[in-house]
Design a protein around this ligand. Structure first.
Ligand code: MG
Ligand code: MG
Length: 272
């Protein structure tokens, strides 16, 4: 069952989404060679609590950490470790927070120093596919329209689209209906309804779409060992159009990147 939100609730969810957006922005300055994902996890937990929020993943499904940090061939659900990040690595950082009874859920894949050109391209296409998917989250469309758009864009580049892990509805629970796969068929699945909020999160592999889980019971890696990327935004359906609640603006500010990619999905001006 899709739980729709009132405009007031969507504003509360925007606050939760901004907590995780700011957390990723803070981490953007810290993600560099030599730092460990355990150190990043500790920083993120303190930062989230300092904002009056609670880490959203910690304890959820027995998750032991605030962040899920997936390095190189790890797709998602990587547990923080004591292994220092190295020049040329990529790390997908997924972050959840609970504030005012609503969850924010947000992910960005960072480059550590200089990464290989083909890896850079994987990140670029995966992020572009996120916006291509968000564009389809509108009145009259269905779940399959978002998945189809993401899948087509990524497979046309020769990339693998992970099947087993999907985006989701978001609200008072981290995972609400509907599931939002990154693959699908046009015109199929549940119809979108005004006031629903979803996390759209393409997980795209450079090679095969096939994955496996490591023996830690959490980390998902690509079956062929090639890199994987993951970007995630929280999006509400307002006035029949996608309204982005999270923002990469804090990350871009930290990294010195100029971008207007989110503008078309903002009916309300973003106040940083
Ligand atoms: Mg997430
Ligand atoms: Mg999610």
């Amino acid at each position: 069952m899709i739980i729709t939100k009132t405009l007031e609730e969507i504003e509360l969810m925007r606050q939760s989404a901004l907590v995780v957006s700011k957390t990723l922005g803070m981490l953007a300055k810290e993600v560099k060679p030599g730092v460990t994902t355990k150190q990043l996890d500790k920083m993120a937990e303190e930062f989230i609590r300092d904002q009056g929020a609670i880490p959203g993943f910690l304890g959820l499904y027995d998750c032991p950490s605030t962040l899920l940090c997936s390095v190189n061939e790890a797709v998602v659900h990587g547990l923080p470790t004591d292994i220092p990040l190295e020049e040329g690595d990529i790390v997908s950082i997924d972050c959840g927070a609970l504030m005012n009874e609503f969850y924010g859920d947000h992910a960005y894949t960072f480059e550590i120093g200089e990464v290989a050109p083909e890896t850079k391209k994987l990140l670029q296409i995966t992020k572009e596919s996120l916006y291509i998917g968000i564009r389809e989250f509108k009145a009259g469309n269905r779940v399959g329209d978002v998945g189809y758009a993401i899948q087509k864009y990524c497979e046309d580049q020769g990339y693998g689209v992970v099947r087993e892990l999907v985006g989701h509805g978001l609200g008072r629970k981290m995972h609400e209906d509907p599931e939002m796969p990154n693959y699908g068929k046009r015109g199929r699945g549940k119809k979108f309804v005004e006031g629903q909020v979803v996390a759209i999160e393409p997980m795209i592999n450079m090679g095969t779409h096939r994955i496996k889980q490591l023996s830690d019971g959490w980390t998902i890696v690509t079956l062929d060992g090639k890199p994987s990327a993951h970007f995630e935004h929280d999006v509400a359906l307002v006035n029949g159009r996608p309204e982005i609640l999270s923002t990469f603006a804090y990350v871009y500010e930290a990294l010195g990147i100029k971008s207007d990619e989110e503008n078309e999905f903002r009916q309300k001006e973003l106040v940083l």
